[in-house]
Design a protein around this ligand. Structure first.
Ligand code: GRF
Length: 220
C-alpha cells in the first residue's frame, strides 16, 4: 500500500508511484509553477491532472493554460472562506474523474472540510508560509515579523480537520533580517516554498514514509 512502506523477504521496500495531482489555488500560482518545473526537469514523478481555482481571474488559471494543463473555475458560493456543500461535491467529482490521487492546496484561501479529506485520505497537502505550529492563519510572515521573531519559514503538511494543523512533511527556515518588510520577507519565504513543495511531493511519490500520529517518518 503506498503511503506506508511495504514489507518483503528482503526487508522494507518502498512503494514508488507516479503522483496524479489536482491543484487547488486562489492566487498567483507560483507554487504550482514550481511543481510544473520540477516535473519538467524530471525531479518529480508526477503529472498535474487538473487545476481548480475559486477566483475566476486567478493567475494560477492563466499559468495552467500556458502549460496546457486542464483548469477550471470552481464557484464556491455562497461560502466565502470554506469549501463545502455542492461546490465540495463538485470539486470531489472533478478531481476523481480526472484521475487525481493527491490534492495539492497551493494558496487555496478556503478551509477544506472532512468530506474532501475522506475522499483523499492522507493525500491532501497544504503549504503554509510559517514554521508551524507558530502563526497559523493568514499573513503569517507578517505575524512573525511583528512578533519580533528572528526566524520565519515555510511548512508543507498533510491537511487534517483543523486549520494548518496536520502532520508536517517538510519545513524550511528563513532568517528574518533587520531591514525586512513584510514584502521582502514574504518574497524570501516564497523562494523556499518553491523548493519545499516539490520536495514534499517527492517524498510522497517515493512512498518512503509513514505517518505515526503527528510525525511523518521519512526513510527506512
Ligand atoms: C503562498 O505564500 C502560500 O504559502 C500561501 O499562499 C501563497 C500562495 O502563493 N498559502 P502562490 O499562489 O502559490 O504564488
Amino acid at each position: 500500500m503506498c503511503g506506508s512502506a511495504a514489507h518483503s523477504l528482503f526487508g522494507i521496500i518502498s512503494c514508488m508511484a507516479k503522483l496524479h495531482l489536482g491543484v487547488l489555488g486562489s492566487g498567483a500560482g507560483s507554487n504550482m509553477q514550481s511543481i510544473v518545473d520540477a516535473i519538467a526537469a524530471d525531479k518529480l514523478d508526477a503529472d498535474i491532472r487538473i487545476v481548480l481555482a475559486d477566483v475566476p481571474e486567478a493567475k494560477i488559471l492563466d499559468r495552467a493554460k500556458r502549460h496546457n494543463i486542464r483548469c477550471e473555475y470552481l464557484d464556491c458560493a455562497p461560502w466565502k472562506t470554506k469549501l463545502e456543500g455542492p461546490a465540495e461535491d463538485r470539486c470531489i467529482d472533478i478531481l476523481k474523474s480526472a484521475g487525481v490521487d493527491t490534492v495539492v492546496l497551493a494558496g487555496f484561501m478556503r478551509i477544506v472540510k472532512p468530506k474532501l479529506l475522506a475522499a483523499f485520505p492522507d493525500r491532501v497537502l497544504n503549504i503554509h508560509p510559517a514554521l508551524l505550529p507558530a502563526f497559523p492563519g493568514i499573513h503569517s510572515w507578517k505575524q512573525a515579523l511583528d512578533y519580533g521573531c528572528k526566524v520565519a519559514g515555510v511548512t508543507v503538511h498533510f491537511v487534517d480537520a483543523g486549520t494548518d494543523s496536520g502532520p508536517i512533511i517538510v519545513q524550511k527556515a528563513v532568517p528574518i533580517l533587520e531591514d525586512d518588510t513584510p514584502e521582502t520577507l514574504h518574497a524570501r519565504i516564497q523562494v523556499q516554498e518553491h523548493i519545499a513543495y516539490p520536495e514534499a511531493l517527492g517524498i510522497i511519490a517515493s512512498g518512503d514514509y509513514r505517518i505515526e500520529g503527528r510525525r511523518v517518518r521519512i526513510g527506512g
